[in-house]
Ligand binder design. Sequence first.
Ligand code: HEC
Length: 115
Amino acid sequence: MKTRFAQPFLLVIAASVCLISTASLAAVDEEAAKATAKRNDCFKCHAVDKTKKGPSYKSVAEKYKGKADGEEKILKNITTGPKVKLEDGTEEDHKIIDTKDKAEIKNLIDWILSR
Ligand code: HEC
């Protein structure tokens, strides 16, 4: 008899877990992030899961996993144009993003960090 009571509870728990995870996913607008990256030619040097001239976004996310300063470091990287070393060994100033819209930039960074 006990399991009959347990089942609805498990469903409620499962449903809440789903709701919570979709809520946190919804915080990143994936389409908007990709559009920003595309417009800025980020994909010329970065792909989500393979190394191009620059590191894959997966490896960037991996590098900053569990670290609090990831967002700040990336923000610096894409707004101040530091010298970076490309995979082919040459150096150039990193691309500076074409927008000052904080929400748009944050959305892009959150998207990268959640790869
Ligand atoms: C000309 C090629 C090129 C373009 C275009 C480019 N990047 Fe990069 N990016 C690099 C390279 C190379 C690195 C590696 C820097 C290093 O590790 O020294 C890098 C590093 C990064 C990192 C990791 C920073 C860190 O703290 O480790 C992020 C995030 C990033 N780029 C995002 C972007 C975004 C967003 C854009 C578009 C606005 C962009 N990149 C455009 C070449 C490029």
